[in-house]
Design a protein around this ligand. Structure first.
Ligand SMILES: [Zn+2]
Length: 170
């Protein structure tokens, strides 16, 4: 009787062990994704408009990804390709502790390059070009406040009486 139970147990145990390991392997990473603390910061390069996200996840080395959207592709010919990116954080997302809710914080991006792109789309190259030059000169000082002021005080007004749709390109 005893030998029978033991063999039966020996038979069941490996199956159980395999099932447990499989469940842990499948379930654990997604549980970590859902509940572990993390922090993800998105920044924009004020010079070329690329976006960068840096993610710090539990027990993992930081992961960085850089994305070149429409605005940065448009800006590319205007900037030195070898510039040192000037990353300025525009939003963060994260979970401060295990099982906490994730939180999203917007620090208010500057949006310099995207606004310049808007200006050119709606107001044309003649209006945009001098502003692009002035903007790029300003970024050399690496002073976020003066760049932000420029966007607010010079670029935004250029967009105030823009048409609802971009004028047809000639
Ligand atoms: Zn850059």
């Amino acid at each position: 009787m005893k030998t029978f139970r033991l063999t039966k147990l020996l038979c069941v145990f490996p199956i159980l062990a395999v099932a447990l390991v499989a469940a842990a392997a499948i379930g654990f990473p997604s549980a970590v994704d859902q509940y572990a603390p993390y922090e993800s910061t998105t920044s924009e390069c004020l010079i070329c408009g690329r976006m960068r996200t840096v993610e710090h996840r539990w027990m993992q080395s930081p992961a960085e990804s850089i994305y070149a959207g429409d605005d940065s592709l448009w800006m590319q010919p205007q900037v030195d390709n070898k510039h040192d990116h000037w990353w300025v954080a525009c939003s963060t997302e994260g979970r401060p502790g295990w099982f906490d809710y994730s939180m999203i914080g917007c620090g208010g991006g500057v949006g310099g390059v995207s606004t310049l792109h808007y200006v050119e789309t709606y107001r044309g190259v003649e209006v945009a070009q001098p502003l692009i030059i002035e903007y790029l000169q300003l970024t050399q000082d690496h002073d976020v406040k003066s760049v932000r002021d420029f966007v607010q005080q010079k670029l935004m007004p250029a967009l105030q009486d823009r048409p609802d749709t971009p004028p047809e390109a000639e």
